[in-house]
Write a protein that binds this ligand. Structure first.
Ligand code: AMP
Length: 118
């Protein structure tokens, strides 16, 4: 069972932000911004490649609720999902990073140096 499935079923603790029947949001263990939340479907989906439009519809609303819950909806935030090896996906359970709480960096160097990305 993957690490995020273990978080869903309570085998591994998480710092939960929000939950509904289908989705869970929790703080990233290694935050890359003042607010760094991971949003996942409770059912295992490997990556964005396997995500259905129906699940994405629920995820969209859920991410908006997460942004509101942690107080970054109006100030702005970034939503990222890494896909596969070149995308830098370490955990093979679909997750959207929701980052905010500061002015995030953005620019053409992002692809060359991941440290500049966020
Ligand atoms: P990615 O590289 O897109 O697969 O992102 C995986 C993210 O999961 C990283 O930002 C990790 O810090 C985070 N992470 C890994 N294990 C845990 C955990 N047990 N609780 C919270 N975040 C985690």
């Amino acid at each position: 069972m993957c690490i995020f499935c273990k978080i869903v079923n309570g085998e591994i603790p998480s710092n939960k932000v929000l939950e509904n029947d289908n989705f869970l949001a929790f703080h990233d263990l290694n935050p890359k911004a003042p607010a760094h939340i991971l949003t996942i479907p409770k059912v295992h989906v490997d990556s964005f490649n396997e995500l259905t439009p129906e699940t994405m519809a629920g995820m969209t609303t859920f991410i908006q609720e997460v942004a509101e819950t942690v107080g970054i909806k109006e100030s702005g935030y970034r939503v990222i999902t890494n896909v596969g090896d070149n995308g830098g996906q370490e955990v093979k359970h679909l997750h959207f990073h929701v980052l905010g709480g500061t002015k995030l960096k953005w620019g053409h160097e992002a692809d060359a140096n991941s440290a500049d990305f966020i």
